[in-house]
Design a protein around this ligand. Structure first.
Ligand code: CMP
Length: 137
C-alpha cells in the first residue's frame, strides 16, 4: 500500500470537474484518505514547487497555481504513486494517452488539470506539506 499526493489544479476546479476526476481515482482502486479545497498563497506554491525554482516556467507555474482554488488530496492504494501517474497521463496534455485525466480535462502544459507526486519519497514530503498524520484516515 502506498499513499501519494494529488492536486486538482485551478483549471479543473474552474471547469467544475472535481467529482469526475475523483471518480477516476475511486474507480481504479485508489481511496481518498484526506482532502481539502484551498487557495494557495504565492509562498505556498513557491515552496511546494521548490525543485522547479530554477526552471524557466517557474514564475508562470506559481502564478497559475495561485490563480484560483485547488483541491489537495492524499490518496492510497496498491502502487498508488505509479497508478496515479498512469491515470493522469503525460504532463503535456497533447502527449497524454486517450482516456487519461489530462487528455480528457487539460488544456495546456500549464493548465494541466492535476499534479501527482513523482516518487514515493516525494509523495511523503508533499503529503506532509498539506496534512498532518492524524488527518490521514
Ligand atoms: P506538475 O506535475 O504539477 O509539475 C510541475 C508543473 O510545471 C507541471 O505539472 C506543468 O504544469 C508545469 N510545466 C510548465 N512547463 C513545463 C515544462 N516544460 N516541463 C515540465 N513541467 C512544466
Amino acid at each position: 500500500m502506498e499513499k501519494t499526493l494529488s492536486i486538482i489544479k485551478p483549471d479543473a476546479v474552474a471547469k467544475n470537474v472535481i467529482g469526475k476526476i475523483i471518480d477516476r481515482f475511486e474507480s481504479n482502486g485508489l481511496r481518498i484518505c484526506a482532502m481539502k479545497k484551498i487557495q494557495l498563497t504565492q509562498e505556498n506554491a513557491e515552496n511546494f514547487y521548490d525543485i522547479h525554482r530554477e526552471r524557466p516556467f517557474f514564475g508562470e507555474l506559481v502564478s497559475f497555481m495561485t490563480s484560483g482554488p485547488v483541491v489537495v488530496m492524499a490518496i492510497e492504494g496498491e502502487n498508488a504513486v505509479l497508478k496515479n501517474r498512469d491515470l493522469m497521463g503525460a504532463t503535456n496534455p497533447k502527449e497524454a494517452e486517450a482516456g487519461t485525466i489530462r487528455a480528457d480535462f487539460a488544456d495546456s502544459i500549464d493548465a494541466n488539470a492535476v499534479h501527482g507526486s513523482d516518487s514515493l519519497e516525494n509523495a511523503k514530503t508533499e503529503i506532509g506539506i498539506f496534512f498532518t498524520d492524524s488527518e490521514l484516515l
